[in-house]
Ligand binder design. Structure first.
Ligand SMILES: O[C@H]1[C@H](O)[C@@H](O)[C@H](O)[C@@H](O)[C@H]1O
Ligand SMILES: [Fe+2]
Ligand SMILES: [Fe+2]
Length: 281
């Protein structure tokens, strides 16, 4: 009973644990850990915290390495916020990229976006002083304005200091109608970091790719349609690509293995096309 979409990527009806995807309410050890993760995440991600992290990690002075090198470093990293997957991250990157390639064979930029979208999780590695999980993974949301009800485990925001700050706890907060997501500070994590890395290292990927990387965990926007009042025209166009991308990011999380050595030459050629050989991280 699998649903077949246009080109050939088959959307499975269960995640790696045999549950429906993104179900934050099923009972079990994994879910317990995920809920605890969001509790800390929602309490600690404040406007001040995000500003500090963007400043520190925006320096990109931690290490020099290539894109593929980083993929390999992610080999032992497991994301504790994810209710659908507990495989090492490199599997997820290749599964996403390969699923996109099946349905959109000519959009090579989108294949590469699939491969690199989660590379920011390298912040969990000891070379980045091993940031805690709550500051790297999980869904993201704007800070500096009210936390929308559609964000997973919303109740934990009550303990976030910004929740009671009148500067931040209303619809627009520090932003204005149609100001553009470019200007919006998002909770700190792998998305914003990888966006900075790609941009500052002068990738030639199109703007839709950078948008996908930066906002792929922003489910309140691309799944629930919240925060639309902050978007500008360019955001609206890019959001369509993000929605296409999300299907592969989410539903390729199954136990299907990818033959790394077989697909590696193809991805190395894309990396060469869109990135310098070494990047500053
Ligand atoms: O748990 C997951 C995981 O951390 C993903 O990488 C992120 O993009 C998702 O938004 C999140 O729900
Ligand atoms: Fe992600
Ligand atoms: Fe992902």
């Amino acid at each position: 009973m699998e649903l077949v979409l246009e080109g050939g990527f088959v959307v499975p009806n269960a995640n790696a644990f045999g549950h429906t995807f993104r179900d934050y309410n099923v009972e079990g050890d994994r879910q317990y850990g995920v809920e605890n993760f969001y509790k800390t995440n929602h309490i600690c991600q404040t406007y001040e915290f995000v500003k500090k992290m963007r400043e520190e990690y925006g320096k990109l002075d931690k290490v020099e390495m290539g894109i593929w090198e980083c993929c390999e470093l992610l080999n032992n990293i497991v994301d504790e916020s994810d209710p659908d997957l507990d495989e090492p991250q490199i599997e997820h990157l290749l599964q996403t990229a390969e699923a996109i390639r099946k349905d959109h064979p000519d959009e090579d930029w989108l294949h590469l976006t699939g491969l690199i979208h989660d590379l920011g999780k390298i912040l969990l590695h000891p070379i980045f002083s091993k940031l805690p999980q709550w500051a790297v993974v999980g869904d993201t949301f704007p800070v500096g304005c009210a936390f929308d009800e559609s964000i997973v485990h919303h109740k934990y925001f009550k303990e976030n200091p910004d929740f009671n700050n009148p500067k931040y706890n209303n619809k627009y907060g520090v932003y204005s109608e149609g100001c553009g997501l470019e200007k919006v500070l998002m909770s700190w994590g792998h998305d914003d970091y990888m966006y900075m890395v790609a941009k500052e290292n002068k990738t030639t990927l199109p703007s839709a790719a950078l948008f996908i990387i930066r906002f792929h965990s922003f489910y309140a926007l691309h799944r629930s349609g919240a925060y639309k009042h902050l978007m500008n025209e360019e955001d609206k166009e890019n959001l369509e690509w993000l929605k296409i991308f999300n299907k592969y990011d989410l539903y390729s999380k199954s136990r299907v293995r990818v033959d790394v050595e077989k697909v590696k030459p193809y991805y190395l050629s894309l990396i060469e096309k869109y990135f310098p050989a070494k990047l500053s991280w």
